[in-house]
Design a protein around this ligand. Structure first.
Ligand SMILES: [Zn+2]
Length: 59
């Protein structure tokens, strides 16, 4: 259990909400297309996970 605010276990810049938030779900990171990496290294949008949390059911 590491709740450091510099950790990688919570949200990333590309997340719209924290994991487990009702009405949201994982989606493929649009920046790295799910690779978790970009040309310059680890994807900053998803924190290298290749996934982001986005709202479900939006238009
Ligand atoms: Zn990414």
């Amino acid at each position: 259990m590491n709740t450091s605010n510099h950790g990688t276990s919570s949200t990333n810049p590309g997340d719209e909400a924290a994991p487990g938030t009702p009405g949201t779900g994982e989606n493929i990171c649009p920046v790295c297309n799910g690779n978790g990496r970009t040309d310059t290294g680890e994807c900053k949008n998803c924190g290298g996970t290749g996934k982001v949390i986005e709202g479900i059911g939006g238009a």
